[in-house]
Design a protein around this ligand. Structure first.
Ligand code: SAH
Length: 238
């Protein structure tokens, strides 16, 4: 078998959570086909004391526990020897830059990623600095751990890999690809609960359909995401 196009190493205290949902459907089939690989590395396996402790109380006091830098760094260094130094190394964190489609494309192109999942109050700041971890957030809310965030990011990346989606054309048209949200989709039946599919979509006129879809994508983006719209409009003006 040829080497996978994308290699993910996830550092976690709960390796049994993986592949989880990533073992199903599109991502699961691609994993089974060897298009990408996934290793869940147990951080606890790098603990050195007799209790195999991975966390300790926060310096300066306060609630909860903090993940130790020495244990995490040992796990990270092991992951780096597996995937090489050139792939992004990321700590999933609510303080990070918001994950988006452009980041998914960048990771896919890099051929791999190392993802650190925090638990408790998070990780010792020094390991983020010392290993140059990029902080990436799933959104402005707090999860109990980085695992579900890691899965969400990986699913977004894997569907971009060549051979994963049936039709490459559907990637080019979907939300964010052109800086717009997607146009509305319809299928059969043509009339449902008295609601008809827009006439143009059954006209068979490809030019008119494309123009309608573009117009709808613009209308929806402008109404729902002024931030995206501004960028799109600026680029259209050239
Ligand atoms: N005390 C931290 C939150 C810790 S939550 C703070 O206030 O910033 C525990 C772990 O869950 C974090 O270490 C992180 O890995 C993960 N996590 C929580 N929210 C997240 C989010 N929005 N995006 C990505 N990871 C998140």
């Amino acid at each position: 078998m040829t080497a996978p196009l994308f290699r993910a190493v996830v550092l976690t205290l709960f390796p049994e959570m993986f592949p989880g949902p990533l073992g199903m459907s599109l991502a699961g089939k691609a994993l089974a086909d060897g298009i990408w690989s996934l290793e869940a590395l147990d951080i606890r396996g790098f603990a050195r004391d007799k209790h195999r402790s991975v966390d300790d109380t926060p310096m300066g006091g306060g609630p909860g526990m903090v993940m130790r830098p020495d244990v995490l760094a040992a796990a990270l260094d092991s992951a780096t020897t597996q995937v090489g130094p050139d792939v992004p190394r990321v700590y999933l964190s609510p303080r990070g830059r918001r994950f988006d489609q452009a980041m998914a494309q960048r990771w896919a192109a890099a051929g791999g990623v190392v993802l650190v999942c925090g638990r408790f109050e998070g990780v010792d700041e020094r390991v983020i600095e010392a290993r140059g971890l990029e902080e990436v957030s799933l959104g402005d809310f707090v999860l109990a751990g980085g695992e579900i965030a890691a899965m969400a990011c990986l699913e977004a990346v894997v569907r971009l890999l060549p051979g994963v989606m049936g039709e490459a054309a559907s990637l080019a048209e979907e939300s964010f690809a052109a800086g717009l949200l997607e146009y509305p989709q319809y299928t059969k039946p043509r009339v449902w609960e008295g609601r008809e599919v827009p006439e143009v979509l059954v006209s068979g006129h490809h030019g008119a359909i494309a123009a309608w879809r573009r117009g709808e994508a613009e209308r929806i983006t402008r109404a729902r995401r002024p931030d995206l719209w501004e960028g799109y409009a600026a680029r259209s003006r050239g």
